[in-house]
Design a protein around this ligand. Structure first.
Ligand code: ADP
Ligand code: MG
Length: 492
């Protein structure tokens, strides 16, 4: 025992907890192995390494955040049940993302003394325990995780510095800045409403980006109404609703963009209500955006609307001419191009509906001038504006729900069928058409578009668009029909 006496108590405990972790993990693997194919077993369970075992908690290392999300969504309940079968009702698993590559390498993993593995050095982070009712991340004090954003990745350009302030948005900007300096303490919940392309998403993400760079250990979720709905429904399907809500309840900052998409989704609203109350009571910050004032939301429960009004609601209005010019100048500065005042004013005078179109025209001009090697003048600006369609008459707020509704009418099918996974040809055609128009007429990402159609992925959206393009190319009647739907959407 002489050798052992050289080790400190800490080392002894460390070695002990690691041995126990390996034991627990092997028992767990024995249990689950019989229910999995060899391929699933080696793909999903071999890369996981047991690390510590302490009281009823097993800590395991997973190779990446993506891996964690996949395993959690596919096997979350199965893992919970099996761990409880091994450890009893209090048993739980804590996942640690290990981006040092240790989890991939058997030999290296054995070399690491458990307690000495400074998780903060490997930028590892405790994410969440899918088993118990409490969050391991909140309980552990030995880990100082970086602040982290879940959900969609943030656009790094969406900062306060890149946002032009004006009369139309000054309250929204001031409140957003205060919230990101001091989340949860004032203005909770905080809701920004306004038309499409006026900067709601930019501000919401600026709050998250600012917090991320200023504070450590903050757990942030940025999501959208459609995405929240889709993942909630998925959690019902695979039996992980409990974990879904627990994850949301563990956040320090919850941002839900475009909550109008929760309209008429009763069960999703119930879940959101629970999460909202929980976070609110803990003084965790909730930030929301909506395309209209909350009281105008039809099909949103009254109790939710009331709660939104507990905090601060601000609006963003369309920018005036001066502001539109200022935004264009800022964008030129960012892109490091010089465009004359005349041209900026010309664009600002002609593109009024939203800032997204304004940016789109400017980007088009910059691209074309580089491509044609021509100076940026009024001529180029005119062409770019024309190419962007009859902007003046264009209907604002073309959103995916409207597209789905209009397309369904044209195809004479029930709206809800478009979102289902049915393969009936006329429904597939309608779905593809709606995806195609959503890509053309909104600025939503392929991911967001997919989320509106029963949680399909971006590859499906690309495929749909390709099918429609091909069909338009070969069938004049279909081409006319698309034209007609487009007209309806843009002018009604
Ligand atoms: P919304 O979410 O309200 O539809 P976004 O936040 O997506 O609008 O804004 C559309 C585009 O316009 C984004 O690229 C955003 O960066 C830009 N934008 C909006 N408002 C401003 C502003 N005040 N200053 C600079 N850029 C802006
Ligand atoms: Mg938005």
């Amino acid at each position: 025992m002489e050798n052992l006496s050289l080790l400190s108590n800490l080392d002894l405990n460390a070695a002990d907890t690691e041995v126990r972790a390996v034991e627990v993990w092997s028992k767990f693997l024995e249990l689950i192995k019989s229910n999995l194919t060899e391929l699933k077993y080696s793909t999903w369970f071999k890369p996981i390494k047991p690390k510590f075992f302490d009281e009823d908690t097993l800590t395991v290392l997973v190779p990446s955040q993506d891996f964690y999300e996949m395993i959690f969504s596919r096997f979350g309940s199965m893992i919970s049940n099996s761990i409880q079968a091994v450890l009893g009702d209090n048993g739980r698993v804590v996942y640690v993302v290990d981006d040092s590559g240790i989890a991939d390498d058997d030999n290296k993993a054995l070399d690491i003394p458990a307690e000495n593995t400074k998780l903060e050095n490997t930028k590892s982070e405790i994410i969440q325990s899918p088993v118990s009712g409490t969050y391991a991340a909140a309980e552990r004090t030995d880990v100082t995780a970086d602040s982290r954003v879940y959900g969609f990745s943030l656009d790094p350009r969406y900062t306060f510095e890149n946002f032009v302030e004006g009369k139309n948005n000054e309250f929204a900007v001031a409140a957003s800045q205060r919230i990101s300096d001091n989340p949860g303490n004032q203005y909770n919940p905080f809701l920004i409403y306004g038309g499409v392309g006026l900067g709601k998403t930019h501000l919401l993400q600026a709050i998250a980006n600012h917090l991320l760079s200023e504070k450590t250990g903050v757990k942030i979720m940025y999501t959208t109404g459609p995405e929240f709905t889709t993942s909630f429904i998925r959690s019902i399907r695979i039996g992980t609703t409990h974990e879904f809500e627990r994850f949301y309840k563990s956040l320090d900052l919850l941002i839900v963009d475009d909550i109008q998409f929760l309209e008429k989704k009763q069960t999703t609203q119930d879940s959101f209500f629970q999460i909202f109350n929980f976070l609110y009571q803990l003084k965790k910050q909730i930030v929301l955006s909506c395309d209209k004032p909350p009281h105008q939301l039809v099909g949103l429960e009254e109790r939710l609307i009331t709660r939104f009004q507990w905090g601060l609601t601000v609006d963003i209005q369309p920018p005036d001419l001066e502001m539109r010019i200022a935004i264009l100048s800022k964008k030129c500065e960012y892109e490091k191009v010089v465009v004359s005042e005349d041209v900026l004013e010309f664009i600002a005078l002609n593109v009024k509906d939203n800032i997204r179109s304004l940016e789109g025209v400017l980007t088009g001009i910059i691209y074309e001038s580089t491509f044609l090697n021509q100076p940026i003048g009024i001529d180029l600006a005119k062409k770019a504006i024309l190419r962007n369609g009859p902007l003046r008459g264009r209907r604002q707020n073309v959103d995916i729900s409207t597209i789905i509704s209009v397309v369904s009418k044209f195809f004479d099918i029930d709206e809800s069928l478009i979102r289902l996974k049915t393969k009936r040809q006329e429904i597939v055609n309608a779905r593809h058409t709606a995806m195609f128009l959503a890509k053309e007429l909104t600025n939503c990402s392929l991911q967001t578009i997919g989320a509106h159609f029963g949680g399909r992925n971006h590859a499906t959206v690309i495929h749909a668009c390709k099918c429609i393009e091909d069909f338009i190319g070969t069938n004049q009647t279909f081409k006319d029909k698309i034209e007609e739907i487009r007209e309806t959407l843009l002018t009604s």
